[in-house]
Design a protein around this ligand. Structure first.
Ligand SMILES: Cc1cc2nc3c(=O)[nH]c(=O)nc-3n(C[C@H](O)[C@H](O)[C@H](O)COP(=O)(O)OP(=O)(O)OC[C@H]3O[C@@H](n4cnc5c(N)ncnc54)[C@H](O)[C@@H]3O)c2cc1C
Length: 388
């Protein structure tokens, strides 16, 4: 009986698993391992922070998404992968052997060695991070009055987070006109690297409207409980209510043990079939891979969009592998669009070059994410919560 082991049940792993379960080859045993107990629909974490969507939509538990009759679910950190011995090792030391492995452990936040960032900066990557940020902000808003919240990082996560924090502070009753509600510190000369100039222009205008200050070409030197120290010509200090850390990601440390080529700070190189070169029984996808389906030198973006697309290819090729056929489905990246959530009713969208903002963009964004939600129960819940 072939044993398939999944490590990491995010956009790459979970969606591949669900596709495989729909058509599981006879005689296949499946074990699915994740360190958490729930899937996180990261593009909607801002809605959770702002109280717009509930946990059942943004972070449903795995046991509500994965059929227990077909899949053994294991909640544990995986600490090692040995592709020669065909086994993964759990935090407890237990080893699990596999015949085929689907590896999709995603990324981890990057702190770039900035002093105090890991301790005092709150990353925004998991559901627990969102909970921590929400609670800390409420407690400190009460204790520290009019200080702004600070977001380090002006990429799309940092900017959407700044909008969500401004929304939370507004709901908490923060007055207007007593300085910015939120300040974004970005190391580069502009925000939203990689997005079109029209999206940047529209987003800058919205940031101004919402009382969010953006400071660019800033090098953050240190984070402590009361604020940040940074360099901008000279050294300066800035006292804030809370520091949210959205200054990038790095590949999951689990990938370090893989005998694979890497692409800069991105993931490992795989075949277009998403198989690990030299190890056709190992399928890698999501943030963990760099450039199948794109020219060398143009790494894949670390997005749910890419992971979601790859899950279809991985599931088909895995099915072929398990049924003794040659995996021949090739992955080609297709960029569908970009969204920036501004508030409950507004967004900025770039859909294949068509740029729009306001209510239309917000509706397009919701429709795109509804389509990608794991099942109809969650979609129905999301629609009810969005309308309520
Ligand atoms: C706040 C935020 C907003 C985002 N918004 C968007 C967006 O709007 N559009 C978009 O396309 N992308 C977005 N992204 C990026 C997107 O979330 C990732 O690119 C995508 O989740 C990658 O999928 P993945 O399957 O590789 O990893 P993930 O979805 O991160 O899943 C990895 C899984 O592996 C588990 N895991 C990790 N390490 C281990 C281990 N050692 N042992 C066991 N389990 C482990 C984790 O618990 C997790 O469940 C956003 C990211 C963030 C943080």
């Amino acid at each position: 009986m072939a044993h398939v082991v999944f490590v990491g049940l995010g956009f790459g792993g979970l969606y591949t698993l669900r596709r495989l379960v729909d058509e599981v080859p006879e005689g296949t045993r499946i074990t699915a391992i994740d360190k958490r107990d729930r899937f996180v629909f990261t593009p909607l974490l801002y809605e959770y922070l702002a109280g717009e969507l509930e946990v059942d939509v943004v972070a449903p538990r795995f046991d509500t998404l994965i059929p227990s009759a077909e899949v053994e679910l294991v909640q544990s950190l995986v600490t090692g992968v040995d592709v020669d011995e065909r086994r993964v090792v759990l935090e407890s030391g237990e080893a699990i052997d596999y015949d085929a492995l689907v590896l999709a452990p995603g990324s981890v936040p990057a702190f770039h060695g900035v002093e105090g960032a890991e301790v005092h900066g709150i990353p925004f990557y998991s559901f627990d991070d969102a909970e921590r940020l929400r609670t800390t902000l409420r407690v400190r808003e009460w204790a520290r009055g009019e200080r702004p919240a600070c977001v380090v990082g002006g990429g799309v996560v940092g900017i959407e987070l700044a909008f969500a924090l401004a929304e939370v502070l507004e709901m908490e009753g923060r007055r207007e006109g007593v300085g910015p509600r939120v300040v974004v510190l970005e190391a580069l000369e502009d925000i939203l690297r990689g997005m079109s100039e029209s999206v940047r222009r529209m987003t800058r205008r919205k940031l101004e409207e919402k009382g969010i200050e953006v400071r660019t070409s800033i090098r953050v030197l240190e984070v402590d409980e009361e604020g940040v120290r940074f360099e901008n010509g000279g050294e300066q200090r800035f006292d804030v209510a809370v520091v949210a850390w959205a200054a990038g990601i790095r590949p999951n440390p689990l990938l370090e043990s893989l005998p694979a080529d890497r692409h800069g700070k991105h993931g490992v190189r795989v075949e277009r079939t998403l198989q690990l070169p030299g190890h056709p029984d190992v399928f890698v996808l999501g943030d963990a891979v760099s450039y199948p389906g794109r020219a060398i030198g143009a790494p894949l973006p670390d997005t749910a969009q890419a992971a979601f697309q790859q899950s279809e290819v991985a599931a088909k090729n895995l099915h072929a592998w398990l049924t003794g056929r040659y995996p021949d489905e090739e992955y080609q990246y297709g960029h569908l669009g970009d969204f920036v959530r501004v508030s409950r009713r507004e967004a900025v969208a770039d859909i294949r070059g068509v740029v729009l903002d306001g209510g239309g963009a917000s509706l397009a964004r919701r429709a795109a994410y509804l389509f990608r939600m794991p099942d109809w129960a969650i979609r129905t819940s999301a629609i009810r919560q969005w309308l309520g």
